[in-house]
Write a protein that binds this ligand. Structure first.
Ligand code: SAH
Length: 366
């Protein structure tokens, strides 16, 4: 499977679309990071070039850009600097639903104009189809690169069809060679990513990445996001035992994702020596994006939470799954998955453990 050809989030704005089910609260990661990394020096440019890599299509896409621009504008006005032009590139793979983004741009420009007045901008936003695992921009042309929940995607599945039988990602019983193959693929891809961005950023330029990860080397792959994928594997295996899917089909499917721990990321950045690591934070997000932890009692029962969590996973993984298993079984698969996730959530303490672990990585180009 050619990941870069097949992978795309579910487009449009329907019930299963990524737009409606965007998992993560981007504002959280951004507010954590922007304060430190958008140093005021950025304000001294005439035109600030910003890129969002793996932008997808949905509310998060424009939210990210809005928050970045808001942060810079408030720094600029604090300093009393003259207005800045913005050139913003929204990047994703060619299969991404760029049209949905483009249609929402006039409203965004209008909003900027209303909120920020005539002193603002101008701001030029464009779409850039292509893989971030390679060059996207001319040398030293970018001031700030942002990417959320995209860089954990690998360029390919690093396994042979029978290597990880019965699973679709790293699981408790996956062999050591499977673990090694996944880690090595991540190292290869992340190295290409770092080198490409090094070429493209101006010296001193900033890059902020949020990715799925795990807490530590010891943090086994049987928790967090990995266990959510293991429950998806269980759902596929259920359909195998019912004769709906062939066993070989499941054996030959694995997710092109890697969820690194901070040490693995630090090691790579250090080894490449191209960026100064400014900050690396770990935080949790609930599987069910609507489940607000701060609430005294849970707003949703297990089944509703499972439904919400599964919709997110579906909006992200459906293109790969339907390419491999066929469109026809998708509804059946995700119904089964919802039931299995709901059963899982009803186990003692399961909800506390049902989180995505995220890494927020802030770097400065040397
Ligand atoms: N940034 C958004 C979307 C994350 S979904 C958010 O935080 O909500 C991950 C996105 O990364 C998908 O749209 C996927 O197509 C994109 N992606 C994965 N690999 C990529 C690559 N090599 N180059 C560009 N985009 C990629």
């Amino acid at each position: 499977m050619d990941v870069q050809e097949v992978l795309h989030m579910v487009g449009g704005e329907g019930e299963t679309s990524y737009a409606v089910n965007s998992i993560f609260q981007v504002s959280l990661s951004l507010s954590l990071s922007l304060s430190l990394s958008l140093s005021l020096s950025l304000c001294s440019f005439v035109c600030l070039c910003i890129a969002d890599l793996g932008c997808s299509s949905g509310p998060n896409t424009l939210l990210v850009i809005t928050e970045i621009i808001n942060a810079i504008e408030s720094a600029r006005s604090r300093l009393g600097n003259p207005s800045l032009e913005y050139q913003v590139a929204l990047n994703d793979l060619p299969g991404n639903d760029f049209n949905t983004i483009f249609k929402s741009l006039p409203a965004l420009y209008e909003k900027f104009k209303k909120e920020k007045g005539d002193q603002f901008g101008p701001c030029f936003i464009s779409g850039l189809p292509g893989s971030f695992l390679g060059r996207l921009f001319p040398s030293k042309s970018q001031h700030f690169v942002h990417s959320s929940y995209s860089v954990h995607w690998l360029s390919q599945v690093p396994l042979e069809p029978e290597d990880n039988k019965g699973h679709i990602y790293l699981a408790k019983t996956s062999s050591a060679s499977v673990y090694k193959a996944y880690l090595e693929q991540f190292q290869k891809d992340f190295s290409v990513f770092l080198r490409s961005r090094y070429e493209e950023l101006v010296p001193g330029g900033h890059m902020v990445l949020t990715i799925l990860g795990r807490k530590s080397v010891e943090d086994e792959f049987n928790r967090d996001f990995c266990s959510l994928l293991e429950l998806l594997a269980n759902s596929l295996n259920d359909l195998v035992s019912e004769g709906v899917i062939e066993e070989g089909k499941v054996d030959s499917f694995n997710m092109p994702i890697y969820t690194p721990c901070p040490e693995e990321v630090k090691k790579m950045i250090h080894k490449e020596g191209l960026f100064e690591l400014e900050k690396l934070e770990v935080f949790d997000v609930n599987w069910d994006p609507n489940d607000d932890e701060e609430e005294e009692f849970k707003l949703f029962d297990n089944f509703s939470s499972a439904k919400n969590g599964v919709r997110c996973v579906r909006s992200v993984t459906e293109s790969l799954l339907s390419h491999h298993f066929g469109d026809a079984i998708m509804d059946k698969l995700f119904q089964r998955y919802t039931k299995i996730v709901a059963d899982h959530l009803s186990k003692e303490n399961a909800r506390e453990k049902s989180k995505y672990v995220s890494l927020l990585i802030s770097m400065k180009r040397k």
